[in-house]
Design a protein around this ligand. Structure first.
Ligand code: GDP
Length: 296
């Protein structure tokens, strides 16, 4: 399958006939094309720089195998490095905890937290045969609590009521107590987001984390956020020990370069991808396939 990067490189390679190896002299030009392809895919600039440095190290002096020309060889190296950078780690939810296993959902408003909470509930019920409870600790938007109630019902999970006059920590602890007494395997805790990072939000979610001791703290991030995803990811990583990432809205037309940025900045594995607004629009993240998409 021809990719945008392959096309770019093969055009370039036509101008450097007869060079059977990736060399110091031709690699610079080729890496410039790789850099452009990654920036077009919205990978953040500092992340692109690091990535290019790693690829250069791997590419220099490599023999060109069989009929491959240096351009194709470099695409192979880039693809492999992208897939391994984005793909390390466990790709399913860790439930190795005394039940109920608590999963804390973190992210900006609009990232897809509530939707993903319900999608995960459905995944855990159907694939892992778990009894799942959800609760919303978003006391700022009554509509968010109602939204979680609706989508939880669609997922076939149970929902624990909460109200805007309660404290997020009290809600979470009441839900945990309920989950324990009624033998739930998993408690999914949806949290308040803001339109942008702010200190009060971070303090609140840190308190929730301390009270709940979740086995998973998932950072939900919108793939369409592009370059901004890096700053958001950094702020959440500083506030919380993230255990995984869910990249949402991959059904949109972004090339999904945010995956590489967020993975690099947080060090946490990308566990799932959101691929539609619907309750079954959640897939286990496939790094190899995603590498192909980022390269175009
Ligand atoms: P929250 O504020 O983080 O809880 O975000 P929501 O769960 O309310 O989602 C915000 C919007 O994004 C809603 O309109 C969702 O339907 C939509 N959304 C969430 N995930 C996806 C996805 O994977 N694909 C698409 N197309 N839309 C999504």
């Amino acid at each position: 399958m021809a990719s945008a990067l392959t096309d770019r490189l093969s055009r370039l390679v036509k101008t450097m006939r007869g060079q059977a190896r990736i060399t110091e002299s031709n690699v610079q030009d080729m890496l410039r094309e790789v850099r452009m392809a990654l920036l077009e895919a919205d990978v953040a600039l500092p992340v692109v720089r690091d990535f290019i440095a790693r690829v250069k190290e791997k590419a220099l002096g490599q023999e060109v195998v069989g009929s491959l020309n240096p351009g194709q060889a470099l695409v192979g190296i880039v693809h492999k490095e992208l897939a391994s950078t984005m793909g390390e780690g466990i790709s399913d939810i860790n439930l190795a905890a005394q039940p109920p296993a608590v999963i804390l959902m973190a992210g900006l408003q609009g990232a897809g937290k509530t939707t993903t909470t319900a999608k995960l509930a459905k995944h855990l019920i159907e694939r892992r045969k778990k009894k799942v409870l959800t609760v919303s600790a978003d006391v700022y938007r009554p509509a968010a609590i109602e939204q979680l109630k609706t989508v939880t019902k669609q997922a076939g999970a149970e929902w624990f009521p909460s109200a805007p006059n309660q404290k997020p920590q009290d809600i979470a602890l009441a839900a945990l107590d309920h989950a324990r007494r009624h033998y739930f395997d998993v408690l999914l805790v949806d949290t308040a987001g803001r339109l942008a990072i702010d200190e009060a939000l971070m303090a609140e979610i840190r308190d929730l984390h301390a009270a709940l001791k979740p086995v998973e703290t998932l950072f939900v991030v919108d793939a369409m956020q592009g370059q901004d995803a890096v700053n958001t990811a950094r702020a959440f990583k500083e506030a919380l020990p993230l255990t995984g990432i869910v990249l949402t809205k991959l059904d949109g037309d972004s090339r999904g370069g945010a995956a590489l940025s967020v993975r690099q900045v947080t060090g946490a594995p990308i566990k799932f991808a959101g691929v539609s607004e619907k309750i079954d629009g959640l897939e286990v993240f496939d790094a190899d396939r995603h590498a192909g998409r980022v390269l175009g």
